[in-house]
Design a protein around this ligand. Structure first.
Ligand code: SF4
Ligand code: SF4
Length: 378
């Protein structure tokens, strides 16, 4: 068991640590178009149905130089890092990118990218913001139908309903397995290495999705059949909340400080896995429904309390002892939600801490001290 688990994990970890190498190989070896995207609301299933690889851009963690002349320094690291990679040619294997209408930074990046990054394909998908308006479903479905036409035009292909249905099925296989892994971690936080889940998530967002689905299913099977039962433990259970987690190492340091991550409210986490697509409906309509019903992010609107209710429900479901907010510097949507979310947790006696991260997290020693203090307090 151990060998198969370690081999699969090594593959995911390798791709998570070198996503651009992987993207380049798909482009050069498989000859497949590669389409970048920045956000979980991007219509990935449609890109996949068009025969292209949807490739999640998380941006460089290195120095930002060229992007500075196009963006204010108070843009988030995801936007600045992504543009830097495009301008320096590190993303040269992309054929283009799709920009869903989400936060202000992504919307403005779309224009700057179109004018300066020099890729052939550029698609904006102007999704609705208010997800429970009476017209939201029709609006969302119309935007997705338009994205189909835009992709067809850009890639010179016809995207059939059958192809979209096949993609939906691959994505459901992948998400079902990711949700199974979340359940296993809930039951037994030691079932995988502490940083494994976030490497897996970062990898599947750029991988050939059929390959990702098969490897995830194999991993779930191996763990279900062979993992040792959970031992009784007084280790603390943590939920990570925020936008992206570009530093899976945070989970390892937290583990060494006496706590385990058992769930999250992250764009590079449960927000990506949440929400299966109804395979009995017409696929575009079903995709629209998923976008309206899944875990909401601060750039979309359901109600003023929806995010707090979701967060608290997950805290209760997973018996979480404390929440760590991973606040990406200059990410306004998450920063605006933080005080209210913190208060909501405080009212229920759930402790939380705020960790601001930029391209790089704080130094390991500093993180360890902060985590140890927080875990002790719990
Ligand atoms: S917070 Fe919302 S808008 Fe921002 S990357 Fe995540 S899903 Fe997209
Ligand atoms: S939601 Fe935040 S992290 Fe994501 S792109 Fe927008 S500003 Fe950046």
């Amino acid at each position: 068991m151990m060998n198969q688990y370690l081999e699969t994990l090594d593959i995911f970890r390798g791709i998570s640590e070198n996503p651009y190498e992987y993207g380049k190989s798909i482009k050069e070896v498989a000859g497949k178009p590669v389409i970048g995207y920045f956000c979980t609301y991007a219509p990935e299933e449609l890109i996949h149905a068009a025969g292209a690889l949807p490739f999640r851009i998380l941006g460089t963690t290195g120095a930002i130089e060229r992007a500075e002349s196009h963006l204010q320094s108070y843009c988030c690291a995801l936007v600045r890092g992504g543009l830097e990679d495009a301008l320096t040619g590190r993303l040269g294997f992309l054929d283009g990118a799709v920009f869903p209408h989400t936060c202000d930074s992504i919307q403005r990046l779309s224009d700057i990218w179109r004018l300066n990054a020099g890729f052939g394909i550029h698609i904006d998908a102007v999704l609705p913001v208010k997800l429970n308006a009476p017209s939201a479903h029709k609006y969302m479905a119309d935007v997705l139908h338009k994205a189909v036409r835009d992709l067809e035009h850009a890639l010179g292909k016809t995207i059939t309903e059958e192809a979209i249905a096949a993609s939906v099925s691959v994505y459901n296989r992948m998400r079902r397995s990711l949700l199974s892994l979340y359940s296993m971690i809930d039951r037994n936080p030691g079932v995988m290495a502490p940083d494994a889940m976030y490497h897996i998530l970062r990898a599947v967002m750029v991988m050939e999705r059929e390959d990702a689905a098969s490897r995830l299913e194999a991993l779930v099977r191996v763990l279900e059949e062979n993992a040792a039962p959970a031992e009784k433990s007084d280790r603390k259970r943590i939920l990570l909340a925020g936008g992206i987690c570009s530093h899976p190492d945070i989970c390892r340091i937290l583990h060494e400080s006496g706590a385990d991550v058992v769930s999250d409210d992250l764009c590079t986490g449960l927000r990506y896995a949440d929400g299966l697509i109804d395979e009995t409906e017409r696929p575009v309509e079903a995709l629209a429904k998923r976008n309206l019903g899944r875990m909401v992010c601060p750039a979309k609107h359901l109600s003023v309390t929806a995010r707090g209710e979701n967060l608290f429900a997950e805290v209760t479901r997973k018996r979480v002892d404390g929440v760590i907010f991973l606040q990406l510097k200059f990410c306004d949507p998450h920063a605006f939600d933080y005080p209210y979310l913190k208060d909501r947790l405080h009212r229920e006696n759930v402790a939380s801490m705020l960790l601001e991260i930029d391209q790089q997290p704080p130094p390991e020693g500093q993180l360890r001290t902060r985590f140890e203090t927080f875990v002790e307090m719990l």
